[in-house]
Design a protein around this ligand. Structure first.
Ligand SMILES: Cc1ncc(C[n+]2csc(CCOP(=O)(O)OP(=O)(O)O)c2C)c(N)n1
Ligand code: SF4
Ligand SMILES: [Mg+2]
Length: 315
């Protein structure tokens, strides 16, 4: 890791308090649950969480139990960023009227709720410039409703709406470049992260919360159900996503790109694919072209980032 400021230098610096409490109903080995637990370790003052529908919301708020030890609002996919921005502005007014009210606002959405359904509200909030952090946990499909493909599902992956067989070899379209879309709004801070690198992620959340404007973090969160692997492999698969360059970890700060985890000798992409049932068919000779297309996209994406870092701009 290079430059994310190290608010927490080692894991032992990270607060022991959990604002995301245990006892929720997320699957054993759920990558998203790890991401949210880590994110909530980084909060620095009273915080309001605005949570779109999805596994994180559904499985942490089953009446009469709740896993949130901070004020928490459930919202629809379409208006997550809009609600978060309204709360942020409301707090600003209260601040003016009553003096220092120190609250941070974090919006949380899955890939379906962010790449697809909530994209217009997100774009509006980023463009208007509210002080809020939006975290997208990306398990690359609509998991809570039974693993349907989303704009974040990569080419070749099996979902229930992109099954591999005689007709199609898994999803046919490529993954949407969400961070590119977000960065195009020229917000002060956007970053990617992986649950396999917890300090990098926690420090990024803290860094984002300290910025007086809209910030965005895209974290990759393997899903044992949808990616079809045993729960014990979650962190290993998240690490392989980084080590194969499948999911580059970088930040875009005031338009400048910095690759935080430089993968100079990537592991073969097959190491990431072969442990997941959703990709296993890609190792079959008859799907070689899809595997090659995925490899090409991974390579292009990495090369683009390296170039943008050299250039010193994202777009
Ligand atoms: C407008 C709307 N469409 C569909 C649904 C049904 N729904 C509930 S959870 C969910 C999946 C969300 O996927 P994602 O945002 O990726 O989160 P994940 O379930 O993967 O955590 C869907 C489609 C809904 N609640 N609202
Ligand atoms: S389906 Fe996937 S994202 Fe949802 S709780 Fe289970 S492991 Fe987590
Ligand atoms: Mg999802």
């Amino acid at each position: 890791m290079t430059t994310v400021e190290k608010y927490f230098k080692t894991i032992s610096d990270v607060p022991v308090e959990d604002y995301f409490a245990p006892g929720h109903r997320l699957c054993a080995g759920c990558g998203a649950s790890i991401a949210i637990k880590l994110a909530m370790k980084a909060i620095k003052s009273p915080t309001i969480v605005v949570n779109a529908t999805g596994c994180i919301e559904v499985a942490t708020s089953m009446f009469p139990y709740v896993s949130w030890r901070v004020p928490w609002v459930h919202v629809a996919f379409e208006n997550t960023a809009a609600v978060a921005s309204g709360i942020s502005e409301g707090l600003k007014i209260l601040n003016k009227k009553r003096g220092k009210i120190m609250y941070d606002v974090i919006a949380i959405g899955g890939d379906g709720g962010t790449f697809d359904i909530g994209l217009q509200a997100l774009s509006g909030a980023l463009e208007r410039g509210h002080k809020m952090l939006y975290i997208c946990y990306d398990n690359e499909a609509y998991m809570n409703t039974g693993v349907q493909r989303s704009g974040a599902t990569p080419i070749g992956a099996v979902t229930t709406t992109s099954p591999a067989g005689e007709i199609i070899p898994g999803k046919r379209e490529r993954k949407k470049d969400l961070i590119g879309i977000v960065a195009a709004h020229r917000i002060p801070y956007a970053a990617t992260a992986s649950i396999s690198h917890p300090l990098d992620f926690i420090n990024k959340v803290r860094k984002a919360l300290e910025i007086n404007g809209p910030t965005f973090i895209h974290v990759i969160t393997p899903c044992t159900l949808g990616w079809r692997y045993p729960p014990s492999l979650t962190v290993k698969i998240a690490r392989l996503a980084v080590e194969t360059r499948y999911f580059p970890v970088f930040e875009v700060e005031d338009g400048r790109v910095k690759i935080n985890i430089r993968v100079s000798r990537p592991k073969p992409l097959e190491e990431f694919l072969q442990v997941q049932g959703r990709f296993r068919h890609l190792l079959d000779d008859r799907n070689r072209d899809v595997l090659e297309a995925l490899k090409k996209q991974v390579e292009e994406n990495w090369n683009k980032l390296v170039k943008l870092e050299e250039l010193g701009v994202y777009i």
